[in-house]
Design a protein around this ligand. Sequence first.
Ligand code: AMP
Ligand code: GLY
Length: 423
Amino acid sequence: MKILVVGGGGREHAIIKKIKENPTVEKIYALPGNGGIAEDAECVAIGAKEIDKIVDFAVSNQIDYAVVAPDDPLVLGAVDKLNEAGIACFGPRANAAIIEGSKIFSKNLMKKYGIPTAKYEVFTTMDEALEYLKDAPIPTVIKADGLALGKGVVIAMTRDEAYDAVRSMMADKVFGESGSRIVIEEFLSGPEVSVLSFTDGKTVVPMISSMDHKRALDGDKGLNTGGMGTIAPNPYYTDEIAEICMRDIFLPTINAMNAEGRTFKGCLYFGLMITKDGPKVIEYNCRFGDPETQVVLPLLDGDLLSIMQACTNGTLAETAVSFKDKSACCVIMASDGYPGKYAGGFEITREADLDAEVYIAGAKIVDGKLVNAGGRVLGVVAIGDTLKEAIDASYANVKKVHFENAFYRKDIGKRAMEVFNEK
Ligand code: AMP
Ligand code: GLY
């Protein structure tokens, strides 16, 4: 089979490495891929948002199956256009990808179908939002409606911060049109859990749970990033919580999307917070999370491509999906300065006795050498029998990957390990 994967980050590298395990796969193209992905797939210089070019490429190269991994092309309708051209795809159509593409859509969906989430109000004018904030409980959370590269959420700890956030989104348009409509919602607290799931629109199969670390610095300080590391499984996600989530969140969401005529097929990501009142949805993503995928897929037992095809074909109920009884930890090595300005062009080297997967996110090949070319450069992923073993093994291997300017958090998994002390 000839496979096409749209995207070019660490998540796509992990997807490609897992798909490659299927013996029927003869060729994988990555659009655009990156310098590290080039070790595992043929990279083609077509951007993830260049949908017409992607479709032309898929048709002229007789692609058998396409995986659209990032949010932007999904929300823009890449799957619809590929399907129209006769290409089978993994990923939701645009009318279902809206579950991530519009926070107002997803909040209204949850309210309509009684799915637990933070209380909220929607605003389309700045004056009304500022007026509401005069008496709103603080802290409060301000969210741009549309996609904003994962940065459209402000947790305002003071009233002034809340006013500033509204002004910067609605007047200064720091997120462009994404911020012309906003959600202001109740601040929730509790440990966060990411649950990625496979769904064919009828059956929903949660993958092993995970925990992201979004802030740039140790102790969850510093700016929000695309994710500085992950662990799986997430020890806060007990069997009891998993059961509640399936009953009150996962199945109701799939059913709600069907009832709205927006059947979701692909990977539906539930960003959850375990509050004292039970699990609540913080956000939905219409795709695999990054860097959650880098810890989830290495623990998947069995064949990713067949599971993906079962999601497309509506046969997920008859397809076995299981995960190894082990733990994984991903430590992201970034370019110092990220998520602000950083320097690129430094050679990335790996010592010969490296004993971990390295998924490349932001790197390119210059004069035959792999050099950093992004904020998040790569993820070092190790597996262990216990979470502690996985964390220790990841950090031992981080020391065997080198580039000038490398920066990483030293405490990935620390919050998760605390659960064992709390018990
Ligand atoms: P999102 O981009 O929606 O994932 O939000 C980014 C992060 O903001 C989440 O991972 C949470 O840590 C935090 N967050 C979002 N909504 C809330 C909320 N209602 N209460 C507290 N924290 C939140
Ligand atoms: N790790 C969070 C995301 O992929 O949006």
